[in-house]
Design a protein around this ligand. Sequence first.
Ligand code: ZN
Ligand code: ZN
Length: 516
Amino acid sequence: MHRQGTMPDSFTSLHAIKACTSLSLVPVGRQIHAHLLTLGLHTHVYVATCLLHLYGASNLFQEALRLFDELPHKNTVTWNTMISACAKSHAPHQARALFDLMPHKNLVSWSAVISAYTQSGHPKQAVRLFREMQLSGLKPDEVSMVNVLTACTHLGALALGRWVHALSRRIGFDPPIVALGTALVDMYAKCGCLSSALQVFERMPRRNVLTWSAMICGQAMHGLGKEALDLFEKMKAMTCLIPNEITFTGVLSACSHAGLVNEGLSHFRSMEEEYCLKPWIQHYGCMVDLLGRAGLLEEAYELVKTMRISPNVIVWGALLAACKTHRNVKLGERVIDHILESKPSHEAMYPLISNIYASAGKWEEAKRVRDLMADGNIKKMPGCSLLEVDNVVHEFVVGEKLHPQIEEIKSMLDEMHKEVRRSGHKPDTSQVLYDIDEEEKEHAVGLHSEKLAIAFGLLSLSPMIPIRIVKNLRMCGDCHVFIKLISEAYNHEIIVRDRRRFHHFKQGSCSCQDYW
Ligand code: ZN
Ligand code: ZN
């Protein structure tokens, strides 16, 4: 049409830009944009909104913003498109600023900002805004429900998640559509309530591969390896759904948590042979972890060396952790060479390396790694634990000072330490990296964030309500023993989700049976 000399109008341009968006053809879209500039059509509100959508979907945030600022007229869809572009580019504060400026907000606007907060790791703000939306009298739709449930999942906020579930039923989303049901299954599983996850799962009239995967991953995280694998078999036998990479993440981690080496190996092979799925780095991570923890260190090392993608620090880290567990310093040092060669920016790696040297008593090497860490300005990610009490999520970091009840919490913790010492437990200080003297080390593990959170939980929750904690890092061995003893001494159920899995502590033992 262009070659024949017919001038496009706003209507034809609009459809041409939409086509570019579906085909991700940004350069062609830019040409059309340039052409529209010469025709003076680029600020036409519908055309401009389509261009914003194209730039937003292609992560060209700055270009979108420039165009947006030029527009003399904007309608609600234009504003919403720009907010979604902010969400996509992980700019939640800009999304919020635009949201606050826009004259007529609708449900889509609220949902877009909530999603911006959720996707960029600000779950607390997402929940707060969801509540504001409710107070404003708007009825949430399924999209905003899914977003706020994702936020609850990050926070481990079970009570809040339950409230959203109840709200969704009141509004009439019952039984839930696939996306909402899947978000509910995922929320319940990751907030430590597997029975509710199963209930939602079983009541769903339709499920897709993500629903099954959420349930399988959930069971794996709770250490129910066999149940997860049974569910996987059921999915293959009863549905015509084809497992994807996420399903296999659940399947392989189920094998890894349950120590099922042969099953793990055969599922890992079937990924490519039966389903033509190329393993992701996470799958390799699971396999290395599985082999490593079973003590098959050489096999794990072989697998890493023959990987078709270059191993990242998580894979090396899993192998290194296995070397530490099985006290194989020789292989550990080979692994460390590989890691240092790749100059990891991953802050978690250096403490692990320093740790393996320290546990072998090689203080000089440990110090060298620590100096490397200091030079590169690499700091250990601080441990952080979340605990929900009366719908408020409390956050604790190691050596917490800011919590309003910190004095009470500390004296409770002292009490707990005394209780535990009476049972003959001595803190395992090999978790502390530095060759500081024993007393100081004892002090540092004594204040790990999950211990503080549990002290607060014991102070504020009735013994009938389990203490549910979400921790951002893997739990250390000392905390694990400590929590087992506390669950018995105070007759209180404690559930901890760490970076890898769930631990259900009850009457002095843990659901992982110390295999984690
Ligand atoms: Zn600890
Ligand atoms: Zn455990």
